[in-house]
Ligand binder design. Sequence first.
Ligand code: NAD
Length: 494
Amino acid sequence: MTQTVKAPATKETVKGFDCLHFIDGKFVPSKNGKVFDNINPATEEVIGTVAEGGAAEIDLAVAAAKRALNGPWKKMNANERVAILRRIADLIIERKDEMSILESLDTGKPTWLSGSIDVPRAAYNFQFFADYIRTLTAESTQHDDIAINYAVRRPVGVVALINPWNLPLLLMTWKLAPALAAGNTVVMKPAELTPMTATVLAEICRDAGMPDGVVNLVHGFGPDSAGAALVEHPDVNAISFTGETTTGKIIMKSAANSLKRLSYELGGKNPNLIFADADLDEVIETTLKSSFINQGEVCLCGSRIYVERPAYEKFLEKFVAKTKELVVGDPFDAKTKVGALISEEHYDRVTSYIKLAKEEGGTIVTGGKRPEGFDKGYFLEPTIITGLDRKCRVVNEEIFGPVVTVIPFDTEEEVLDQVNDTHYGLSASVWTNDLRRAHRVAGSIEAGIVWVNTWFLRDLRTPFGGMKQSGVGREGGVHSFEFYSELTNICIKL
Ligand code: NAD
């Protein structure tokens, strides 16, 4: 059975794309035949079905992954592994139009975005970790008159890769590439709302020559479903999870029973700190992206915008004017800047915060409602709210949609106090041309990633992750590799 979409890929040819599990090198339905509908959030149409996995499919997938740890995969040398990882990257690029369409149909994001960020970055994740292991040298050897010590690096074992729906392919490959580079075998559990590109990815791994059982995929939900069965499974050695902080807490409890290794990328409520000396046009251009790209459904989006009082009025006026120009609508239209939110449930959740903002005394300066002309699809106008402060839930809780608050501040101390007054600590963006202040403020923000005069500028070698309840551990370059591998120190007495 195959999952290939007929070429040329158009939004029509992917209709009826039914996603199956991929277990031990084969696409298979659920044992009990259960499926659920896959809905396009921009049209509310059913675009296919998804096999609904549970404990039975997870058992099969984990058993296959465990067997594969000692199969041909283990015997491959680094060059052979590199060749497969590079082939995966090449196949992603070959199928980029199809993958970009599938990603947009699943998520509601514009195709120019999936085609320019999600899919190319997915290929780059494999190229990056292929290069990484090609140049990896042995651990340092120490010797003196007493003993020689050396450390060997080996895979952790079977790794569960669990992902959210906002950047499905980008985030899955960000886990899969280093997990495979380090020699592990995996079971992927994509978000139930976005199953399609993970399915094609499994097919690509097969076509790239990956031995059976190394890469497995089980579709399904989280609680009492495939997700829970995966994190509870005693033969899973590590879990790499990206998703909500509340889900992370539940998974940590399940994983405690068998003391699994955990990597967590969780929620955020990220601040932008804009000082009056910053270049306002540059600030506005980037703030539009950090607020509304991907419908604001990026964990790194800056949803709390603090502006130094002398620049506040000017900033707000320009920011509102530019926000009003953003075209909301059909993800397949090149003019569209903001697509559809992921689901009806999420639309209701995001709009409930807009209602709450009014109850908390805020002013909706622009947006706040479904754009005119749409009776189908979960579209929401980009929304700017003022008049709220740190006591408000809207300022404290992650909304994960195209909704930002703008708050003036007077001093550096005051804004830092507000910015750090949260249990999140994922990222922040600081805007100033004062070099000393840039360093001082960046070093004082409690977040895993701080950008200065930019946002979302990523170098995959650098540590990525959150402080406080935004995450546990770091991904990126050596940090990913540390998570996905074990070290054994061997000591030989002389
Ligand atoms: P979610 O936590 O609801 O779901 C994420 C994944 O976990 C899904 O695959 C889901 O099926 C699974 N899951 C849910 N309950 C589970 C359980 N009990 N056991 C095992 N698996 C379970 O998150 P979401 O709504 O899909 O995604 C949005 C969240 O993800 C936001 O909070 C966002 O900030 C966060 N996120 C963080 C990063 C980061 O890098 N820090 C990146 C993207 C998204």
